[in-house]
Design a protein around this ligand. Structure first.
Ligand code: F6R
Length: 363
């Protein structure tokens, strides 16, 4: 049932404020503490965290790496499951390994989990399907509570994965004593505002639809982001490739001048994900390098960012202001909506893109 939407993907994008609120209700107590399922996790005794997943779920891990490192000062190793499982990486004592999977049945992720288990790592998972193989094989499985996701392109599962990983990173910080009570309370308060901000953020849809008519003409599209926004650039490019079949690449904006800037001309739209955060000026200077070469920039930012850097760009999409730590969750919306409307403009099969399966149970 598409609940009045044209596609499951549209319905699932629109559901995000509600499912994020449900996940928040599950992981945050009314008193403002973080609640994890028993037996809980002793993060103080963990010296390294390994994050493994495939596709969009791996981009959720990339964002989480920034959170765990920055807030919990926990060293994080990250890999895609198909590489991790065959690298047979040494897993030091006092490691935890965390696997993220919507379906809980992705063959490579499950094999990676079993390898980590054979090396005596503590096994955590973040899953949507709680009766899945990955959930069953974990010491502790954290549900994302997104509800069934039907569209092949992952949307609400991604934002719910991020929310759960964010709460987990805060809990790790609390246990490890890397955050004081006031800062923790402020982060939790900001997390609580997310469903409302995502709801407001959905109002960019008409803008995304309009801009997408231009994107649909492109043969190649570049996405740029820095820091926590780099994985969002990766997610934007993947979503667009999957459902609109337009070739898209994502780069950490600082990598631009190490190669990809050679691609820039007036035919290649460059989508820059840049909330006004501590790295904004750096990203903007990369953006200006693109514009100086005739590049056509779509800047996705907040009102402050638009005021400072919106002059001369091709298009600006303005999202609500948000605490910088949690911006990746909100900036998933333009990644999803631009891909969706570009695909609709091109007339592709949004919910069942060619060559793709919802659950990849063979390697
Ligand atoms: C992208 C997408 C895929 C999945 C990947 C992992 O939109 O849906 O990249 O994220 O196949 O699937 P799960 O999360 O089920 O392990």
């Amino acid at each position: 049932d598409k609940a009045g939407h044209k596609h499951f993907m549209a319905k699932e994008i629109a559901e995000q404020p509600r499912v994020l609120a449900a996940a928040l209700g599950h992981y945050l107590t009314p008193e403002g503490a973080i609640a994890l399922p028993e037996p809980g996790i002793d993060f103080a005794s963990v010296e390294r965290l390994t994050l493994v997943a495939c596709g969009t779920a791996s981009y959720a891990c990339y964002v989480a790496k920034y959170w765990f490192e920055q807030v919990a000062r926990l060293p994080v190793e990250i890999d895609v499951a198909s590489e991790f499982r065959y690298r047979e990486p040494p897993i030091p004592a006092r490691s935890a390994a965390l696997f993220v999977s919507q379906s809980g049945e992705t063959a490579d992720t499950l094999a990676a989990l079993r390898y980590a288990k054979s090396q005596d790592a503590r096994i955590l998972s973040v899953v949507n399907v709680t009766e899945s193989s990955i959930a069953r094989d974990s010491d502790i499985a954290l549900p994302i509570l997104a509800g069934a996701e039907i569209g092949v392109a992952s949307t609400k599962a991604f934002t719910c994965q991020l929310l759960v990983l964010g709460a987990l990173a805060l809990e790790a910080a609390r246990q490890r004593g890397t955050i004081d009570d006031a800062a923790l309370a402020a982060h939790l308060q900001a997390l609580r505002q997310l469903p409302g901000l995502v709801d407001q953020g959905l109002s960019i849809e008409a803008e995304c639809q309009r801009v997408s008519r231009g994107l649909a003409e492109a043969r190649d599209i570049l996405f740029l982001g820095r820091g926590r926004m780099f994985p969002l650039a990766l997610e934007g490019a993947l979503k667009l490739k999957e459902i609109s079949y337009i070739h898209a690449e994502a780069y950490a904006s600082g990598e631009l001048k190490h190669g990809p800037i050679a691609l820039v001309d007036e035919h290649v739209p460059v989508i820059v994900m840049a909330p006004h955060d501590e790295l904004f000026d750096k990203t903007v200077s990369n953006m200006q390098e693109v514009m100086a070469r005739g590049g056509k920039v779509l800047l996705i930012t907040d009102a402050k960012g638009a005021r400072i850097a919106g002059d001369g760009v091709w298009e600006v999409i303005t999202l609500p202001e948000i605490a910088p730590l949690w911006a990746p969750i909100l900036y998933a919306l333009p990644a999803q909506l631009l891909a969706y409307h570009t695909a609709v403009a091109k007339g592709t099969d949004v919910d069942q893109p060619r060559n793709l399966a919802k659950s990849v149970t063979v390697e």
